[in-house]
Design a protein around this ligand. Structure first.
Ligand SMILES: NC(=O)c1ccc[n+]([C@@H]2O[C@H](COP(=O)([O-])OP(=O)(O)OC[C@H]3O[C@@H](n4cnc5c(N)ncnc54)[C@H](O)[C@@H]3O)[C@@H](O)[C@H]2O)c1
Length: 265
């Protein structure tokens, strides 16, 4: 179900993305689902992408968008599968006329101290959270470049700035996502494509709740946050629409913390 913050923000969303097509990865639930709904509320046609096993949840997100008066398609897509990405981008471009906005949101987190981390878990996190951003971005660049415009938004994490115990491998992937953002921004700026990152703090999704574990941890981080609350998925929507729209036309290569005031660098 959509969270309260999503409902509030989508109800008042400025219509700044009319005529645009947005592809959101990992959009069957959590932050990705809220971003898909928010981009649709701002007027974009949204392509909801996630792993094939998430088909029913993708359909549910699409149904909510359509019920709210928006336009949504779904597409099974594993961001680590470069051949499938090329095929998907070609099919979506054919169907929609082009992908104007790419949101690299798909991600995984399985906590472990670094000394206990298996090689397989290191590789899995690097594959999805870092290489997935590279492969997906490279797949959409040619058709953005052909139109001389594009918006790419990478969902990183404040973990990627700070490093967090039991999340060293995850933090390394998110630091990579921030670095990719800065380099792509410089490489793609001449083609009219902006690339920015969002660094969410603690957002109460399946990943966020699993990661926090106990009520004690929830209370602790609620008290650390300047705004004295943890995030809802919809809290990431406004900044994403900003980076997706012409409101941010002169902003590129930036990473914005969206964390209620937990981290200040
Ligand atoms: N929840 C938080 O506190 C938090 C904080 C900072 C950053 N983030 C980041 O935000 C993004 C979304 O997180 P969330 O909390 O909504 O997590 P989530 O686990 O609820 O959702 C992640 C989605 O990514 C999909 N996914 C996983 N592997 C994939 C793959 N190979 N190809 C395509 N899709 C795949 C999953 O199926 C799922 O739908 C992630 O990149 C995460 O690292 C989350």
């Amino acid at each position: 179900m959509p969270d309260t913050a999503t409902n509030q923000i989508t109800a008042t969303m400025p219509q700044v993305l009319i005529g645009k097509t947005a592809l959101v990865t990992g959009a069957s639930r959590g932050i990705g689902a809220a971003l898909a709904e928010g981009l649709a509320a701002a007027g974009a046609r949204v392509v909801i992408c996630d792993l094939p096993a998430q088909a029913a949840d993708m359909d549910a997100v699409a149904a909510r968008i359509v019920a709210a008066g928006g336009t949504a398609d779904t597409r099974a897509l594993n961001v680590t599968d470069s051949a499938a990405l090329a095929e998907a981008v070609a099919a979506i471009t054919e169907a929609t006329g082009g992908i104007d906005i790419l949101v690299n949101n798909a991600g995984i987190l399985k906590p472990s101290r670094l000394e206990d981390l298996s090689e397989a878990d290191w590789d899995a996190h690097m594959d999805v959270n870092a290489k997935g951003v590279l492969l997906m971005t490279n797949a959409v660049i040619p058709q953005m470049r052909a139109r001389g415009a594009g918006r790419i938004i990478n969902i990183a994490s404040i973990a990627g700035r700070q490093g967090v115990p039991t999340q060293g491998h995850y933090a390394a992937t998110k630091a990579t996502a921030i670095t990719l953002t800065r380099v792509y921004a410089q490489e793609l700026g001449p083609d009219g494509i902006t690339v920015n990152a969002i660094c969410p703090g603690i957002i109460l999704t399946e990943m966020g709740r699993n990661n926090l574990g106990s009520q004690e941890n929830i209370d602790h981080w609620t008290n650390v946050a300047a705004l004295r609350r943890l995030g809802a998925p919809g809290d990431v929507t406004g900044p994403t629409v900003f980076f997706a729209s012409d409101l941010s036309a002169f902003v590129t290569g930036q990473a914005l913390n969206v964390d209620g005031g937990i981290y200040f660098h």
